[in-house]
Design a binder for this molecule. Sequence first.
Ligand SMILES: [Zn+2]
Length: 257
Amino acid sequence: MKTKLFYSTFFIILSFLASCSIFGEKTPTDCTEVHWTHNGEKDGQEEWVDLCTGYSACGGEVQSPINITGAVLGSNLSAIEFNYTTTETEIENNGHTIEFVCNAGNKINIGGTEYELLQFHYHGLSEHTVNSNHYPLEVHFVHKASNGNYAVIGIFFEEGAENTLFAEFLNNFPTEEGTYADTTEIHLFELLPENKSYFYYNGSLTTPPCSEIVNWYVLQTPLTASATQISQFSDILDNNYRNVQNLNGRSIFKYDE
Ligand SMILES: [Zn+2]
């Protein structure tokens, strides 16, 4: 009799706790109002998958970034054809990164598939690692094909000669959410390293919703920026990198020019 009473009381308390949502708020289905961060205690990268049902891919098997190691020559891979021209200057701090929004008409072609450049943005430290080593910064040129798939070109930065783009705009990068714009034309092709050999693998967006729709092309040759530039930019970016994800059997290929 005592046992029965104990269990009844236990279940009453349990249902009470559940109805009070002491066990956590309901996961929303509409993600538009969901706040996330890289390193916050309640909304940081380990929590993304639980913040919103639309972020379930963040717990998937084909996620990015990854540690690049043991890449094998990809016999089906070909050079990336860059059909870049210029874009006007529009630099946005969206609360997660510094992003250059690009004018339409800048395209790449890879193996017959055309992708249009949407924007490029930065992470500090780098998101991808090479043999488990981070670079201080990484830029992502985000392109979208008409079928909805993405091709993102990642380029590392190492300490060295001053970076021309940073020299021109670093002091204008918004340090809080907001936009800086002027009429300067940026010549996009000049932002790339001369050697365009790359690593390739299939993965995801590295921020929510972490959709697994990205062909990743990480260039083997880093760009340079001065120690002062790297330090100034890193302060703004504030460790906005996602940790490397499990490969789960994926292969990493390389294409050498
Ligand atoms: Zn990125």
